[in-house]
Each structure stands twice: as structure tokens, then as C-alpha cells.
Design a protein around this ligand. Sequence first.
Ligand SMILES: [Zn+2]
Length: 575
Amino acid sequence: MNLLPFGKLAPHRPRTFVPQSLDLGDWSHIKSQFDELERRAPQIKSAPELEKWLLDWSELSAALDEESSRRYIAMTCHTDNADAEKAYLHFVEHVEPQLKPRQFALEQIYVAHPQTPHLPAARFEVFNRDVKNHVALFRPENVALETEDAKLCQQYQKLIGAQTVTFRGEEKTLIQMGRYLEEPDRALRQEAWELVAQRRLQDVEKCEEIFDELVRLRAQIAKNAGFENYRDFMFRKMGRFDYTPGDCEKFHDAIEKEIMPAVREIQTDRQRQLKLEKLRPWDLAVDPHNRAPLKPFAEVSEMVARTQKIFNQLDAELASGFRQMQDLKLLDLDNRKGKAPGGYQSTLSEARVPFIFMNAIGVQRDVETILHEAGHAFHAQATRDEDLYAYRGAPIEFCEVASMSMELLGNEFLEEFYSTAEANRARKTHLEGIIGFFPWMAVVDGFQHWIHTHAGHTRAERKTAYLELMDRFGGDVDWSGYEEVRAHSWHRQLHIFLYPFYYVEYGIAQLGALQVWANSRRDKVKALADYKKSLKLGGSRPLPELFSAAGCKFQFDAATIKPLIQLARTELKKL
Ligand SMILES: [Zn+2]
């Protein structure tokens, strides 16, 4: 039984290294390929030979990546199928742990190889920088600490995952409770919000304990790697060669100066429309005019057809890319029983085609998601002819430019789904969401900068630091009576626990997307041509060059932000 939505997909390039018969789910088979690459390395006597070796390694990595993706896709499309689950778990438990040290060994061989300096410098600049960085940061004594870190993260996930409340006689997860914040009945919203807040407060102590331990561990990991603090270590580990902690701090300041006035204006409008004295934390998600939710489509086939029409109007090449995904059945979009929740875009790395997974139910959020994931898919299609596996993926700061730009560019044609009035309502919500994201990003990022440069801080000091950020970026929301809830509201932001420092990327990318959008207002044809050109670069160039190819500045200062927010505010006034 084929559990994949798509049929047989041929590799984009015929294999020249990995045998066709190789069982990619069997470690003993895979191992022989790594052995072979290790065996060959010392015999390589020229740069072209080394390049061929890299391409063979790329072929193996892509084949393994596709195997992993196929098993993941089959499992998420059929959560009720025991074979799919078994196949996926087998790969995660018996292949991946073996894979990592062998990939790392090849990286070490490559970095030390006498032919590496003779490879074409510009072509390998980014690859060499990343591989050298990865090898240089490795410390054997950190392996055990990282395992401990992962265990603490798991404890946090378990703690948060177990949080439920009883609402009107029914047990509900806190995520399920989210929809009551959109209810027009204010008393009901408050009741739901308070219930969730009280439940979270019960775990404050445990969250703080886990976090204290994480901070201590992470400081030690950084020290072992020769860094003064965990922030500086993480900037290097995440390959942030093109921006500094100082740039991020400047970003926070610019958000305070240029974006907070827009946030306050949106909040004041909301408060007036809802006819309230003050905005309380439970007044932020409801439609300010008490309208019923938008209904963009009834059937998923309708969503796909209308999205296709949006791309037809936007660009012929992108339109044919989306058409191809339908022809090859690379979309699994409907919500049905036996499907994992959420949405993602995955790439089948050998066939070099994208796949989109979603659980569409007929709300505006689905339209945003399909445009977003299609942007990622266009990125994968654009890099098809790149043979170095590592360069077919870009840094996340730019991947999200590809997807977030597509939300903004596609929004121009929302009339495919709605009347003009409804389309404008969707555009307004979207733009307000973009503006409102920046301050929270600044809180999450700024807080982590503080935490990991103040090792040995007390819980009281941490609280003060967080509240200072909330005062700067919280806007005009009245939390009185809920001071403790506010002071610990970061506990629910899982990135702070699980993916430290991974958050500012979304802010950086959103600035890129807003610039692509601003460019398209001036010259639509050129903006799209630049967008497509930048996608084609994949990860082969550093971030500032990717941004510049897309027609954007790689800067997060007030001068860059000011005109973008002005455009968004002008646009909002028209809606
Ligand atoms: Zn994305």
C-alpha cells in the first residue's frame, strides 16, 4: 500500500554514486557509503576530484533526506497506520543517531583536506564558512551537556503538554481555549482567559526551576567552547556571521521608536470600536466589529483552484510551479481523520520537488497558510538545478522572506476568495498581525540577550528585566489584577526554552518581505523578477547578498523600518 499522496518520482539527476539497490532504511547499507567516502578522501589529489567527492556526498545526503521526508510525510498523512509509524520511528531511532557522527566525520575530513583551499573560492565561500564553523565549535565534553539540555526541554514540553482546564464541564487544552478569545461575549472571553491564566500560574515554579537549570547548563556549554557567554556562542553556532548582537539591539530600539506608535494606534482603534474604557488582555483577538469569521471556501479543491488563480495573476512561472504541484499530487491539504495537526512544507531532496501538508478547514488562516507554504515551495523549485545539497537550502532569515513575501503579494488578489469588503478585512487583519508581531519578537529576543549575558542572575532580577521589556513593548493593555500572569507570560513562549535565540529571524525576514511588497508597489514586474532571482541563489551566498538580490536592504535599523511602517499604516487607513 502506497501511503504517500504522490506517485513515483524520479531523481532530478540520475544517481552516479549511491547504488539504486541501496536500502536507505538499513544502517548497514548506508554505512558502506560513508565508509566509501572516507576511504576515497586521502586519495584525492586535485580540486576537481574533491568537488566530485562533495557531489557524491551531496547525492548521499539528498537520498537520505528524501527517505526521511517520505517516512515523515507517510506518517503525518496516516497517523492511524502502524506500519507508517514504525517505518518513521525506525529511521529516527536507528538511522539518524548513527548518521550524525558520520556526517560530522566527513566535515572534519573536508575541513582538513589539503585540496580544500584549492576549490574555487567564491563558489565555496559560504559552504566552507559553515562547515568550518560547525567543526570548530564541536567539544566532546558538550555532548553530555547537550543531552541533559534536551532532557530538560522534554520536561518542559511534558509540563506544558499536560496543561488542561475544565471549561463548562469539558476538559480542554489551552490551545483549544484560544478560540474563546474570539467570542463577541466579553464576559465569556474573560472567563476563558482567566481560567487559562490560572492554570499557567500553577506551573510557574516548575517552569522557573527548569529554566534556571537550562541557563546554568547553557552557560557551561558556551564556556567549554571558549565563549564568554551563551549569547555569543549561539550567534556563532547559528552561523550568524552577517549580523551581531548589537544589530539586534538596534532592531529592538527601532521597533520601539518606529513601530510602537503604530501598535498603540491600532490598539486605540480597537478599544474605540469595541466601545471599551480600557483594553484588557482578553480583548485582543476578537473581531472589533463583532462580525462572524470570514469563510473563504467550502471545499479544499476550491481553495486550490482559487490560489492557482492568484498565482496566474501574479506570475506565469510561479503559476506553473503551483500547477505542477497539483499534477504531481504534491499537496495534501484537507483536514481529515488520521492526519497529524498543523502544516508544513517539505522538500523531496532527490526528486528536488516540494510538498505541502495542511489541515484546511475553510478559514482565512488557511488562505494565509497556503500562500505562505507556496512561497517556501517556490524557493525549493527555484534551486532545483543546484547540485550542492547544502546550497539548495537558504538560511531561515531568508527562507521566510520567500514565504512571507508571498503572503503579502498574494493578498493583492484576495478577491478570488472574497468580495472587496471582505478581502479588505482579511488584508487589515494580516497587516495588523505583521505590525503586532514585531514588539513581541523584541521582547522574546531582548529577554534572551539579557538572560544569557547575565549568568548567575536571580529570579527576581530576571523578572525585573522581563517587566522592563513588557513596559517598552507591551502597548496600552491594562493588566491590573493580573501582575503575576504578566510577569511570567514568557513561560508559554516555547522558543525561549527549546530553541534559544531562534526568533529574531522572523523579524528580519518580515522586514525583507515588507520591502519586497513595497518594491512591488512601485514596480511589480521588477519586484517579482528580483524575488525569483534571489530564490534561485538558494543558500549559495551570504544573507546580505540574498537580500540585495531580492531588492532589499539587510538592515534592521530605524531608517529601514520607518518607510515600511509608513506604507503599512497608509495602506491600513485605506482598508
Ligand atoms: Zn515559513
